[in-house]
Design a protein around this ligand. Structure first.
Ligand code: MN
Ligand code: MN
Length: 470
């Protein structure tokens, strides 16, 4: 009669499950270490799709389309008419980080730095005094694009934002947290050696503005390495992200720490489940968007018409007489996004009856939003009933939770942008500790259970008969 969520480590205790779990976790760590930007993630998704026979040609049954290198739609045609709706999975490929400003380069106090404008909801102090890598793309006026990735190989240098020493922080520590760390002080150190042959003259000495020899040194290096001039940075998208690979955490290696579990955990497990050969009944669609962390704006975000337009093309090729609105209205979707797992040190921000535990499986979040569910998709009870029946029949652990105590904060996901089409959709993904930090934590067991859950979602029948558990 009573519901208790189950611990995945117990449910998946068999040797068979544990070795599958280890294999998937290993692949996931490699993926997370390699893909730190939306562009890198979309490119990874594209290459996986191509390996599985997907192409940009609608003649076939396996189709994908990429928008601006930052979002991707994959569709796998099923046997049933499209009018019966899609099995749709959505997630986001962007992650909070420090974006370099368009005019980033300057020099102060014998170091050259880059100005940044943070992207998404970060806690600024977490980005100080730690090794950072630079990832991104620089586009020159001839149209050529240079992809940058510095700071990931062991032989690479890294970058960093310096922090204030405690000896001189007496005033700062008295400030409110929201005022203690200023965005305009999140400047990334890029270099230190003055331009060779450009000696420091009496006039330039002590006159940083006229001298700028270190900045010039950095510009020269950029020119030698990538053939670019300062102006090229104006048409660049460069991101400072935590340097180095994702790691297993804990003596037992039961957790995974890394940058961007939000929301690459769902991209990874969702795509894995999507590409697997299973039921061929329903047409499946997976979409990975950009810009979720800044409100799903822009032409690569979930508020764009990319999904709609692409599905129009798909319908024209696969089911020309079917109306798009019919397909949407009959579709069932999962918005794959991570959930705030109960933090052992900050349990007071959660309401325990409606909080989730690491290791107890993926979490349903019926609604997000803030202060009275404002801005939320509120999934329908009927749909949750159907999803529960799938997971219970398959014995997959799951949890039901909300983001935290009422009126303490809140958030949003892509769910509401799918809901506007009339389809059923709910947020469902693994719990995370230290969300939006440079080193987020997930449970290895949750990654496994999440993958299994997404896989069953794609394959489940529309009507499920099950005996109510007693
Ligand atoms: Mn997210
Ligand atoms: Mn997020």
């Amino acid at each position: 009669m009573e519901f208790k969520s189950r611990n995945c480590w117990q449910v998946y205790g068999s040797e068979e499950h544990r070795s599958a779990m280890d294999r998937i976790a290993g692949e996931y760590v490699n993926f997370l270490s390699a893909c730190k930007t939306e562009r890198e993630t979309i490119e990874w998704a594209r290459s996986r799709a191509v390996l599985h026979g997907f192409s940009e040609d609608l003649e076939g049954d396996k189709f994908f389309k990429i928008h601006k290198g930052k979002s991707i739609i994959l569709a796998w045609r099923g046997k049933k008419p499209l009018s019966g709706g899609l099995r749709l999975f959505g997630a986001h490929a962007d992650t909070p980080r420090l974006d370099l400003k368009q005019r980033p380069l300057y020099e102060e106090c014998r170091v050259s730095l880059a100005k940044t404008h943070y992207y998404g909801g970060i806690r600024k102090h977490q980005w100080l005094a730690r090794p950072l890598a630079l990832h991104g793309t620089i586009v020159k006026t001839d149209g050529s694009a240079i992809n940058i990735c510095i700071g990931e190989k062991e032989s690479d240098p890294v970058f960093t934002v310096a922090d204030l020493l405690p000896h001189l922080a007496y005033k700062q520590i008295e400030k409110k947290l929201s005022e203690a760390f200023e965005a305009e002080k999140l400047n990334v150190i890029l270099g230190h050696i003055p331009l060779a042959g450009n000696s420091i003259t009496k006039e330039s000495e002590g006159n940083e503005k006229n001298g700028q020899h270190v900045k010039k040194g950095v510009l020269q290096m950029l020119n030698q390495k990538f053939g670019i001039i300062e102006e090229d940075l104006y048409s660049a998208e460069l991101q400072a992200v935590p340097a180095g690979p994702a790691r297993f955490v804990g003596l037992d290696e039961g957790l995974i720490g890394g940058f961007g579990h939000d929301d690459r955990a769902c991209v990874f497990t969702g795509l894995m489940a999507f590409l697997e050969k299973g039921s061929t009944e329903c047409t499946r669609v997976a979409i990975f968007w950009d810009k979720e962390e800044i409100g799903s704006e822009g032409s690569s975000g979930a508020k764009s018409l990319f999904l709609e337009y692409t599905l129009e093309d798909i319908l024209e090729a696969w089911a020309p007489k079917t109306r798009l609105r019919t397909v949407f209205a009959n579709s069932r979707a999962i918005s794959g996004d991570v959930h705030a797992a109960m933090d052992p040190d900050y349990q007071e921000v959660h309401e325990k009856l409606n909080a989730s535990l690491l290791g107890h499986g993926p979490v349903f979040c019926k609604f997000t939003g803030h202060r009275g569910k404002v801005g939320a998709n509120d999934a329908h009870a009927e749909y949750i009933g159907w999803l529960r029946s799938i997971l219970n029949r398959e014995g997959i652990p799951w949890q039901m939770a909300e983001t935290g105590r009422v009126d303490l904060g809140g958030g949003g996901t892509i769910a509401k942008f799918l809901a506007i089409y009339g389809m059923d959709v709910i947020d469902f993904g693994p719990g995370v500790l230290s969300m939006h930090s440079p080193f987020e934590i997930v449970s290895k067991a949750d990654i496994y259970a999440t993958y299994l859950a997404y896989s069953r979602f794609f394959n489940a029948r529309e009507k499920i008969h099950e005996h109510q558990e007693s």
